[in-house]
Write a protein that binds this ligand. Structure first.
Ligand SMILES: [Fe+2]
Length: 167
């Protein structure tokens, strides 16, 4: 018995977009672990902990996205070889500077946010409000994390310069 008020042919494109997002999140999760392990320098303590917070959040979302696909009565992609094929994110080595790590994550956030917008656009066409609700909250959270990483990248001199222009 179907408990969904959505026709299955409308659900299929939503599931395809959700599976791409699931693939993106697996690559993003592994990148965060790589950065957590390999961070070096004066920002070690800040970023080591921040990357752990971020991969723990990503892990929760991975499970929620997969279970949303199951709720829609389809199957989540679960092979890493498939994730590498369908995700737009690229694997990286951890041998990089703290600034490059943050820049890489901000670039990944842009790609993931674009994919989330695609999920919502297709879910809207299908009348899939549950998916819109889930992914809409993710957009808000990832935008906030992006703001924080962007603020980390700035120096306090940037703020002083901004105040000088205003006054
Ligand atoms: Fe750890």
């Amino acid at each position: 018995m179907s408990y969904l008020n959505i026709q299955d042919e409308k659900v299929v494109p939503v599931v395809m977009q959700l599976n791409t997002l699931l693939a993106d999140y697996h690559l993003y999760y592994q990148k965060l672990r790589t950065f957590h392990w390999n961070i070096l320098g004066k920002n070690f303590f800040d970023l080591h902990v921040k990357f752990e917070d971020m991969y723990n959040e990503a892990q929760v979302k991975i499970d929620e996205i997969a279970e949303r696909i199951l709720t829609l009565r389809h199957h989540p992609v679960s092979k890493f070889s498939d994730y590498l094929k369908i995700s737009s994110l690229k694997e990286v080595s951890g041998m990089t500077s703290d600034q490059e790590m943050v820049d890489t994550l901000l670039t990944d956030h842009k790609i993931i946010l674009k994919q989330m917008s695609s999920v919502i656009a297709i879910a809207d066409k299908a009348g899939d409000e549950g998916t819109i609700d889930l992914i809409g909250a993710y957009i808000r959270e990832l935008e906030k994390t992006s703001w924080m990483l962007n603020a980390w990248s700035k120096s306090t001199n940037d703020q002083l310069k901004r105040n000088e222009v205003k006054s």
